[in-house]
Design a protein. Sequence first.
Length: 703
Amino acid sequence: MSEVVNVEELFASKVFTLGKMRECLPKGTYKEVKRVIDQGGELSPAAADVVAKAMKDWAVENGATHYTHWFQPLTGITAEKHDAFVTHPDEEGRMIMEFSGKELIKGEPDASSFPSGGLRATFEARGYTAWDITSPAFIKETATGPTLCIPTAFCSYTGEALDKKTPLLRSMEALNKQALRIVRLFGNTEATKVTPSVGAEQEYFLVDAAKALKREDIIFAGRTLFGAPAPKGQEMDDHYFGVIRERIGAFMHDVNIELWKLGVTSKTQHNEAAPAQHEVAPIYESANVAVDHNQLVMETLKRIAGKHGLRCMLHEKPFAGVNGSGKHNNWSITTDNGVNLLEPGQTPNENIQFLLVLACIMKAVDTHADLLRQSAANVGNDQRLGGYEAPPAIISIFLGEQLEDVVKQLVETGEAAHLIEGGKLETGVSTLPDFEKDATDRNRTSPFAFTGNKFEFRSVGSSDSIGSPNTTLNAIVAEAFCQAADILEKADNFEMAVHDLIKEYMTKHQRIIFNGNGYAREWVEEAARRGLPNIPSMVEATEALTTPKSIALFEKFGIFTEAELHSRAEVLYETYAKSVNIEALTMLDMANKQIIPAVLGYCNSLAESALKIQQAGGDASVSSELLRTVSGRLTEVKKAAEALQAAVEKAATIQQGKEQAFFYHDVVAEAMSSLRKPADELEKVVDKKFWPFPTYADLLFEV
Ligand code: ADP
Ligand code: MG
């Protein structure tokens, strides 16, 4: 039996929460902190010193010797550089631990080794980290000992964002401003702030670490690059929500404890569809904190897996032939006086407001489907999206039967007087229906699904930061809100104007609604007829970042400058090329040094046995036929490896950037598939004793 866990005591015990600040800070300082968190602005240097000291004292009490500014560069993961609280010893050699307000607020890590897409020339290597007061500091307990982590934004010397947090915070401000205009139009004078809320469901695979470490592809690429399907896959549906095995259960137990200590509300856990696949989900919170917490979830999953002799694979498609992993990004918008703008409300006012918000979201997603698609693109997700197992690469909105019908009626007649099902939601207006808030059916195949009081963006990759998807969502919806508010604030007759606008937006953008099966091939054709973009790969999706439409959007709301957008595109192209290059080299290594020698050994044993059997007067046809098949395939492997080698060499001659990324996508990735095919065929027939690394059966079913 495991020890008794007191969650109430444990929760946020390693977080410097607002509650702790209230207890240990002078009243005035606490008030200042609270004001900056709620309303923005900067902490005075005096207050920063007081907070820093209190934070340090708390951290030291908890055993911390070091602190770090914790930030999220464009690598997609987090970065930290530890500094001890030590200072010059005094005359008598005594050490006084210190931590100043300056050190809390600002750091100057050398930025030259982080991707910047040309924004930061190496001669100007300085980068700045700036404390994000809206995300609480916490203590990470790892082998290096407890370390105080201070969430920070990361910018260049000239102020350009070099991270995922800065644009997210900017997008939250934009959404706040525009959403406030909308709620004011409906008479809400109380709300002072509107915040996007996010809950990210995290999928992952767990495999035995010892076996995983026998495969170079898992070590270097985080996924298998070879591997024939096991005799059993996920066809029996016996893993999804199945009983959690003991070894996995012990892991989940420890993960929860670690997450709770860090203030992450780990809530739901279950087995997922594929063998060895699982999910964990916390309760939703402010987008900014949710993004930080999702990084902690990913880190914790990996770290605790190591302690259990397991390896956590966050890759979007670690194994061919079974489901890959994603991250459902649940998103809604809430006012500080408790109104969720995505919740059909109690009063007619709230319900019309809901329909306007819905119309704006339809407009935003339709107008910027390419950007939303881009925000979920990463190298691994190319293996997953559009594979008829995950949301398609085509962005569409699922509303559910009832809501879709309401939209249809509004579009067709300007009224929607009846409802498909019973239940009422008062609109108080004859041209709008009374409808029931109802999550209706679940549509698992939609990339962007309305689920009762939130949208669930399901395209996001499992290993990716949720920073970009939420930045994009906030930005595109802020734009639609802004355009609606511009019209409605000027209207003489608000009621008429709002009804007209809802009808107009819904009519113009109804093509984005799709309630059918997103995995079906017919949808690809139908979407093409509707003119919806179908962007199958990351390199193609990257182009969406720098279109005039995208630049206008992000510049208008101060989220990205044009230079920042170009730099991000540059980083993405480079990341893509480098990642595929690593995968290609790994495949070559495995093919040349492991598969080919192993299969040669097998061929040799077949040849010997054929000869011996023949000499002894037996029927050697099995050995000799196998030898023919196997050696034939082996020739194919060798040829494909040579072609891949040539492709990689050619790629290296192309200048870094878009052209090279496309070459990796069009040529190198293709050559990789051509190598994989005959190798996987070989795996199916080669004597298991000869196969040089653990198979899918070993990895997926023996955890
Ligand atoms: P399901 O996906 O089955 O609907 P849940 O309703 O439990 O599952 O929600 C999944 C995730 O969505 C959780 O992280 C949950 O906290 C989050 N969530 C629920 N309501 C909201 C909301 N209003 N805004 C954002 N996220 C939400
Ligand atoms: Mg869900």
